[in-house]
Design a protein around this ligand. Structure first.
Ligand SMILES: *Cc1c(COP(=O)(O)O)cnc(C)c1O
Length: 383
């Protein structure tokens, strides 16, 4: 099924049927004892919250993390089946919305924790603790104080989580340091389920898996940990049309700032895609795109709506105005683009949907494999 949001020359295609095998691959990697929760914050990393969440729920995912309450309510409006946890909670302010929609706040500070305590009926919540990322999350001193005052005895969290700062580097001592801190701090809160690893973290091995892996980027095909060969499929592809083809003599400048000069008489195509469509500006002169099965280097500085490519090596009959250029796909992945432009892959991915139509490709709906007999952690989320 191919659903066009609106006719457009720049197409951002999201292959939902690659997200589902990615979910199963990660589930198999961590084993049946570990629940794989999908992180769908930031509009599912720019890929479209509702369709992506639907595909993941169809694949058997039953716990999703969103970035804020707005996303949680949007998700609830069409998907009622899975548990939804809100990473940046604001429970103190919007407790009523949490309750009426069966949402789980991820508590990051004492103020929110107190609101859970005074909420009346017991409220299921996850607790995020600070182990060295220095970003949100309950600090050690606050945890200690709240523990001594009996807060957690009265209102225990369903899940204790923390976030790794350097999990992309397997050998980084910070990983073990954070794990040790996480163990020591979460032990105090027993009995709970624990969650430490995100996408790069699950490659660190079983000691980092605990009960729940919170996975975003890897589901969408990113390979932050640089695993070779990468068993996860790319999800995003990007195509645009050539608007113009022209011959340019040797030693002529192409594009703003004259950052590129032709080494020989060349054929140059202008493609109708630019940085307004979320492409990283700095990647010109560093990567090649595909046209009719041929490789065509991106040359000159990218402009707001246009990009120039060198098509000297592509047979003339195969490329005229209106030819389709593949700027992202199996041959040139988000990770490749990120490496060429020095921008973090997640940042590249979340920007890609800007200014163009998103099309969802669904080749087949894949149902979850049977987990009969597998031990799955119970999240104890009352809804
Ligand atoms: C974004 C986020 C994740 C997912 O990170 P990925 O590296 O994309 O898998 C997991 N946990 C928390 C707390 C996050 O903020």
């Amino acid at each position: 099924m191919l659903t066009s949001v609106r006719p457009a020359d720049v197409i951002f295609e999201i292959n939902l049927s690659a997200i589902q095998p990615n979910f199963h691959t990660i589930s198999a990697l961590v084993g049946p004892q570990v629940r794989v929760a999908a992180v769908v914050k930031c509009d599912a990393y720019g890929l479209g919250l509702l369709r992506v969440a639907g595909a993941l729920i169809d694949a058997g995912c039953d716990l999703l993390f969103v970035g804020n309450l707005h996303e949680a309510l949007l998700l609830r409006s069409s998907h009622t089946g899975a548990a939804v946890a809100v990473l940046c909670d604001e429970f103190a302010r919007y407790g009523g919305d949490y309750r009426s929609n069966g949402l789980i706040p991820v508590v990051n500070n004492c103020f929110e924790l107190d609101a859970i305590g005074t909420a009346g009926d017991p409220q299921a919540y996850f607790l995020s603790i600070e182990t060295r990322l220095s970003r949100l999350s309950l600090a050690f001193d606050d945890l200690r104080r709240k523990y001594l005052s009996g807060s957690f005895k009265q209102h225990p969290p369903s899940v204790v989580l923390s976030h790794l700062a350097c999990s992309e580097r397997v050998g980084d001592a910070m990983n073990m340091l954070q794990r040790n801190r996480f163990l020591a701090m979460s032990d105090v809160l027993k009995p709970t389920l624990r969650s430490l690893a995100a996408s790069a973290g699950f490659w660190l091995g079983t000691p980092y898996h605990f009960d729940i892996a919170r996975v975003g980027s890897a589901l969408y095909g990113l390979n932050n940990a640089g695993i070779r060969p990468n068993p996860l499929k790319p999800v995003a592809s990007r195509r645009a049309k050539t608007l113009d083809v022209r011959k340019v003599a040797r030693r002529k400048a192409v594009g703003y700032g004259g950052t590129f000069r032709t080494a020989q008489a060349s054929r140059i195509a202008s493609v109708g895609i630019g940085y307004k469509h979320g492409l990283p500006w700095g990647r010109a002169n560093k990567v090649s795109v595909r046209l009719a099965g041929y490789s065509a280097p991106l040359i000159g500085r990218m402009s707001m709506e246009y990009t120039t490519i060198d098509i000297t090596d592509v047979p003339e009959a195969l490329c005229g105005p209106g030819s389709c250029v593949e700027l992202l796909g199996e041959d040139l992945t988000v990770d490749d683009l990120a490496a060429a432009s020095g921008i973090y892959p997640q940042e590249v991915l979340t920007r890609l949907g800007v200014g163009c139509a998103r099309q969802m490709r669904v080749l087949a709906t894949i149902r979850a494999p049977s987990l009969a007999g597998a031990k799955r952690p119970d999240c104890r989320v009352s809804r």
